[in-house]
Write a protein of this length. Structure first.
Length: 299
């Protein structure tokens, strides 16, 4: 959960204190980020106590009109750089996205796994997702000629879930015999370094989830870090992008997913829930996956 309004975070925290659900002195009153995270953990722990949640949320609803709240479903994953294709396969076999999401977001209500196309033959894709198979990963790495070179994983603590995912992914890779060099930098440095293929092998990121699947992640386009550009990608995306019939597009998107799982330009961990709130005093704000404040003002 993230809050875009500090007043709302304070309201939630104040209500938790009033109901004796948290210690007033547990967190500094100025540390709204920690308050927000702790509030989420506390409310999640109360998910089966309806009466308590009703008392907690009842006082907040009036301050948060329904049209002032929006839920997002960002996509998160790991982008692979200039790693040879056979080695990519080994990395994909080692990683278990189904473990990575709980490590970052907690209860299953906050995230969902990769959604595979339901229109075509998905047997091959289903077998390729969430393998967590150290033995197969070692075998694939050996066939690829892997000699113990460090796999450089670039991440940041700007987003805690990025860092947590990188930690668990590093352990999964180590279990499969890979040597991992975990590089933790600030977000600005990561954004700078990811543009230089010589500085990383995998980096952790997330992206908005949009109705048009071609728009996310950026690696489906041209020139995004990772620089995925193959004939199979072009063929699959060309067929998908020129088709306007939604029923036909579903089957064609399955072809795109197949290429992604075959070539592993990135590993799609899954989607997670995000909640944002705005103050009623903020006027002319237009809800969007990525917030922007053009022409917005405080009343």
């Amino acid at each position: 959960m993230s809050t875009s309004c500090s007043d709302f975070t304070s309201d939630v925290w104040g209500r938790l204190i009033a109901l004796n659900l948290v210690d007033r002195n547990a967190i500094n009153s100025d540390d709204l980020g920690i308050q927000s995270a702790a509030a989420v953990e506390t409310i999640t722990a109360l998910s089966d106590k309806v009466s308590v949640l009703t008392n907690l949320l009842g006082a907040l609803v009036a301050k948060l009109p329904q049209d002032d709240a929006q839920a997002g479903l960002p996509l998160e994953g790991a982008v692979l750089g200039f790693i040879e294709q056979p080695l990519r396969d080994g990395i994909a076999k080692a990683v278990g996205p189904n473990n990575l999401s709980p490590a970052q977001h907690g209860p299953a209500s906050r995230f969902m796994d990769e959604v595979l196309d339901a229109h075509g033959d998905l047997a091959d894709i289903a077998d390729q997702y969430n393998q967590r198979n150290a033995a197969k990963a070692k075998e694939a790495a050996a066939k690829a000629g892997y000699k113990g070179e460090p796999i450089r994983v670039l991440t940041s603590r700007q987003y805690d879930f990025h860092y947590n995912m990188a930690l668990l992914m590093a352990e999964q890779l180590k279990r499969a015999g890979f040597k991992v060099d975990l590089n933790v930098v600030d977000w600005a440095t990561l954004v700078q370094r990811r543009n230089d293929a010589k500085l990383w092998d995998i980096y952790i990121t997330h992206s908005g989830q949009f109705p048009e699947p071609m728009l996310s992640p950026p690696q489906l386009g041209d020139g995004a870090p990772g620089w995925w550009d193959t004939p199979a990608k072009k063929t699959a995306l060309q067929a998908f992008n020129v088709e306007s019939d939604p029923a036909k597009r579903g089957a064609l998107w399955g072809k795109v997913q197949q290429v992604v799982y075959d070539e592993v330009p990135y590993i799609n961990v899954g989607k997670f829930n995000g909640l944002s709130a705005k103050s009623p005093a903020l006027d002319n704000y237009q809800p969007a996956t990525w917030p922007f404040f053009w022409n917005a003002r405080i009343k």
